[in-house]
Design a protein around this ligand. Structure first.
Ligand SMILES: Nc1ncnc2c1ncn2[C@@H]1O[C@H](COP(=O)(O)OP(=O)(O)OP(=O)(O)O)[C@@H](O)[C@H]1O
Ligand SMILES: [Mg+2]
Length: 388
């Protein structure tokens, strides 16, 4: 809808201006503003306004696409995502640090998607998985006949990532000899294929990740200090899941929906007791482990419920990790657990309460009941709308 269409509505522009003035400084969301507008302009205009809302949602979804599937981008990962947005536009190397399963690859891909290279390739190389004697040829390519088995000329990862991002995963595993070569590329911006004479230049942004304490590896002599300085220009540490418990309800809901879809079962949300158990566990495998616990819980519950406690029991084979923490930790109050649960559903449904994609449907509640619960808990649906 453009301004000319609004102009055709009797008094359209004046009403718009009046509303905009009222909106200014209030916390009325844009969508509420538009609904108000539709109401004020009468039934003929309402349809037009609905179209505008649709259009707005489509654009918003496209924009939100960058954060797609990054649960907690506005909560436990808020600082991480702020750092991602800040550094993505610069071409500086980024080093992502974090325990296993914390989402290093997810963040590397978000960095690429936010960067000016988003339309170029992003290639991931697992430095720990390449045999040391092949690393040079994998990274920089080789000329035909340069060593036994080099039957043809092969482009290396650097060449293939030209114009895009090269994600060096497990960078701490690179042997020292390969580290020297990598440093040279970062310093001069050029390299040669193994067995080649020609210097090649590529335009590649380097993102590296490690779950090691790389500084300690430097101290121990396993990683070159000069390379560390080069790649750690902008370190982004990812917090372990046990330090962002606020994300657990949303993550559990996300993985439960994914599991239901994959298994062809009706989606089930964890209840308050399940959430308390999930919050009390130490999560050494972080988000990857949570995803598999929820999937296991969905399988065990067979579409009737999520069997979280049984699934968690399997996850801590000795039972030693789980029980003492649960026993020692004060459980959150029933009210807090309900609040968390409703918030997770609202987050998932972008603040929508009613309708087939609303939180009430997901929670199997009457929308009036949910609204009254929300009022009691001081929760406002519009706070959960992405992009407002
Ligand atoms: N914030 C998140 N929202 C949704 N899914 C996530 C999030 N973080 C991680 N995941 C999922 O968890 C799993 C592990 O993430 P990822 O592979 O990025 O972790 P990692 O830190 O690279 O782990 P590793 O060190 O073991 O390689 C993936 O399936 C990923 O999609
Ligand atoms: Mg990884």
């Amino acid at each position: 809808m453009d301004i000319n269409e609004i102009k055709q509505i009797p008094d359209g522009v004046r009403v718009l201006e009046e509303l905009a003035a009222q909106c200014n400084g209030s916390d009325l969301g844009v969508e509420d503003f538009l609904v108000e507008l539709g109401n004020m302009l009468g039934p003929g205009a309402r349809q037009l306004v609905m179209r505008l809302i649709e259009e707005r949602n489509t654009t918003r979804q496209k924009r939100a696409g960058l954060n797609e599937d990054i649960v907690g981008a506005e909560a436990g990962l808020r600082e991480v995502m702020a750092a991602v947005r800040q550094v993505a536009r610069a071409d500086a190397p980024v080093l992502i640090l974090g325990e296993t399963g914390t989402g290093k690859e997810v963040v590397a891909r978000a960095l690429h998607a936010h960067s000016r290279r988003a339309n170029g390739p992003i290639l991931r190389v697992n430095c720990g998985a390449i045999p040391p004697e092949l690393i040079d040829s994998e990274l920089f390519g080789h000329e035909r006949g340069s060593f036994t088995g080099a039957l043809g000329t092969r482009k290396g990862w650097f060449e293939r990532a030209d114009g895009g991002t090269l994600f060096l995963d497990e960078v701490g595993e690179l042997p020292l000899a390969a580290q020297v070569r990598l440093l040279r590329v970062l310093q001069d911006g050029s390299f040669q294929r193994v067995g080649g004479e020609r210097s090649l230049n590529v335009d590649v942004r380097l993102v590296a990740a490690t779950n090691r304490d790389l500084r300690q590896t430097v101290r121990d002599g396993g990683f070159r200090e000069d390379l560390w300085f080069r790649i750690a220009v902008f370190p982004i540490p990812l917090p372990p899941l046990r330090e962002r418990l606020q994300d657990i309800p949303a993550l559990a809901a996300h993985f439960s929906l994914r599991a239901a879809e994959r298994l062809g079962l009706p989606p089930r949300m964890p209840d308050a007791a399940d959430l308390a158990l999930l919050a009390a566990y130490a999560w050494p495998g972080n988000i990857r482990e949570l995803a598999s616990v929820i999937e296991r819980a969905a399988i065990l519950g067979d579409g009737r419920r999520l069997e979280v406690s049984r699934a968690l029991g399997v996850s801590s084979p000795l039972g030693a990790d789980l029980s003492p923490r649960v026993a020692n930790r004060p459980l959150s109050s029933f009210e807090d657990a309900i609040r968390c649960h409703i918030e997770a559903a609202l987050n998932h449904c972008h603040g929508r309460v009613e309708g087939p994609f609303g939180a009430a449907c997901l929670l199997d509640l009457n929308p009036h009941t949910l609204r009254s619960k929300m009022r009691k808990l001081g929760l406002e649906g519009k706070r959960y709308r992405a992009g407002d």
